[in-house]
Design a protein around this ligand. Sequence first.
Ligand code: C2E
Ligand code: MG
Ligand code: MG
Ligand code: MG
Length: 280
Amino acid sequence: KAKALGKNKYVFCNDSMKRETGERTKLLKDLHYALVNDELFLMFQPQVNCDKNLISGFEALVRWQHPQKGMISPGVFIPLAEQSGLIHEIGEWVLINACKQSYTWRKEGFDQHIMAVNLSVEQLKDERIIDKVTRIIGTYHMDPKYLELEVTESVAIHEEDDVIQRLAQFREMGISIAIDDFGTEYSSLSRLKRLPIDRLKLAMEFVRNVDQSEKDQAVAKVIIDLAKNMKFRLIAEGVERKEELDFLMSNGCSEFQGYYFYRPMRVDEINSFEGQEVRL
Ligand code: C2E
Ligand code: MG
Ligand code: MG
Ligand code: MG
């Protein structure tokens, strides 16, 4: 009986694995067309500065409106794009459209915001990324001091010197570099002090229920102090509740991104704002 069960189980797994591979292949094929068919779009999530009571920036977050499957999250298709090499084209599309939007907002008088764009490590491994970014910010009138590139902590820890060198080159151009989801990968501190970066983004997993968990409080405080002492700007991600905000603010964090303030929004929704005042 056990043997039969084992056999059944084996067959079941195998089928589902095949099905999954089939779906991935299909999705990847669709992703190739997503760019030409204009199925990608950007949402922008405001970043707020609670000292100044202002929206200080936006993070550009890519979305895929699939013709049959509806909205597909970047958590699903970005890894697929990274594995297939499509990330280079998608990443370029994101950068161009984020810069375009930023320019439009600045022309309309909203001229102090930072535009944060996520960069995959695959993009950074390609030496042409420097020329690409240079060309894009030139073409779309992006002032480099208002552009921020977000990379994950793992880039900083594991990557080769040429990747780190590219981050330094971006900074020389006046672009700032943020470490996304900071705290989740346990950076080596000796590495961190040599990294060419400007900002840490305190990972959502430490923000979630930070008012209730002593361990998360300890981690959040360490990262807040670390940023302060190393003179990195800091923003806390994923703030959803007033209690989380209160804890972080009273411990010296003043920049936030999260559903408590704003969800990622479409351009027209942001354009309908009355001013730049933060909704508190
Ligand atoms: P991320 O860069 O860490 O972006 C933050 C994610 O957290 C976003 O998910 C955002 O919608 C979500 N979020 C923000 N505030 C809250 C909150 O208060 N609560 C909760 N539960 N979630 C919140 P999203 O848009 O699904 O993006 C997921 C990830 O996909 C991003 O994480 C980023 O790593 C990647 N990604 C998105 N756009 C791009 C892109 O253009 N290029 C690359 N390479 N990666 C991208
Ligand atoms: Mg990010
Ligand atoms: Mg993040
Ligand atoms: Mg992330």
